[in-house]
Design a protein around this ligand. Structure first.
Ligand SMILES: C[S@@+](CC[C@H](N)C(=O)[O-])C[C@H]1O[C@@H](n2cnc3c(N)ncnc32)[C@H](O)[C@@H]1O
Length: 241
């Protein structure tokens, strides 16, 4: 975590936020089209991208979806980039997700955000916010880099993680995201599958399905770089472990 001009905690520095936005990542070709199709299957009226960054995903969604698209990201730099990208596309920008009405969103999408959060409580807050905004039959599609394959080098990211630490929740590890022209390095935090499901359960989210997505064709075929959780709302089925 770093701080922006107003002293607010941000994920990257403002310069790195802009550079990150320029990188052409495998998730744009693999994860985003998969998510668009999954979301359209739900026939939503309102879709929120939570931790939406530069707005690239919402821009892809807009090509096939005429309903309301909502953007939330705590980074002002990325929000400004998203406003430019989505100009004229009828996007709604949330400054504070807590100020939006509860149960107002059919689908939340959130890509590559969960593992940027460094504490268990922070992760539960992140999930709670999505729970609050979802309609009772709403769905959250949450995408993370797969925690079981962090030793693999994929086509546009490389995590410096030793699987010997797999069971150590919250371990900080360094990540490099790159394309042919740019590279940005930052820290992520390792959450095991069991820790992520516990956090989701504490937030009232119930696992409906998982999808494990490949790298682009030219990339590493070992394991899976991306893991998608599909959650519904159900406070009555809290886990016991
Ligand atoms: C790796 S970027 C991913 C951006 C975008 N979802 C994408 O896939 O390109 C992580 C994003 O999460 C945002 N973020 C960090 N902590 C967050 C939180 N607690 N809630 C929502 N977004 C957060 C950051 O500002 C950053 O834009």
């Amino acid at each position: 975590m770093t701080e922006d001009r107003k002293g607010k905690a941000t994920w990257l520095s403002e310069a790195d936020d802009s550079r990150f936005s320029e990188i052409k990542e495998s998730k744009h070709d693999i994860v985003f089209p998969w998510l668009v199709d999954a979301i359209l299957t739900r026939e939503p009226s309102v879709v929120l991208d939570y931790g939406a960054g530069d707005g690239r995903f919402l821009s892809s969604l807009r090509e096939k979806f005429d309903g309301e698209i909502w953007h939330y990201d705590p980074s002002e730099t990325l929000r400004e980039i998203a406003k430019e990208r989505l100009a004229g596309q009828r996007a709604h920008f949330l400054d504070d997700p807590q100020a939006a009405p509860a149960e107002s969103v059919d689908v939340v999408a959130s890509t590559a955000v969960w593992m940027t959060i460094e504490t268990h409580e922070g992760c539960v807050d992140y999930l709670n916010a999505q729970f609050r905004l979802l309609k009772p039959k709403g769905r959250a599609f949450i995408v993370v880099t797969h925690p079981c394959f962090r030793e693999e080098k994929y086509s546009t990211f490389d995590a410096n993680f030793d699987d010997g630490f797999y069971l150590n929740d919250g371990v900080e590890f360094s990540v490099s995201v790159f394309d042919e022209r740019n590279e940005v390095k930052f820290s992520d935090y390792h959450w095991t599958l069991s820790a992520m499901l516990k956090q989701a359960s504490e937030a009232g989210l119930r696992l409906i399905a998982l999808a494990e997505l490949p790298d682009v064709d030219t990339g590493n075929k070992r394991g899976a770089p991306w893991l998608v959780f599909e959650f519904g709302k159900d406070r009555s089925t809290r886990a016991t472990v």
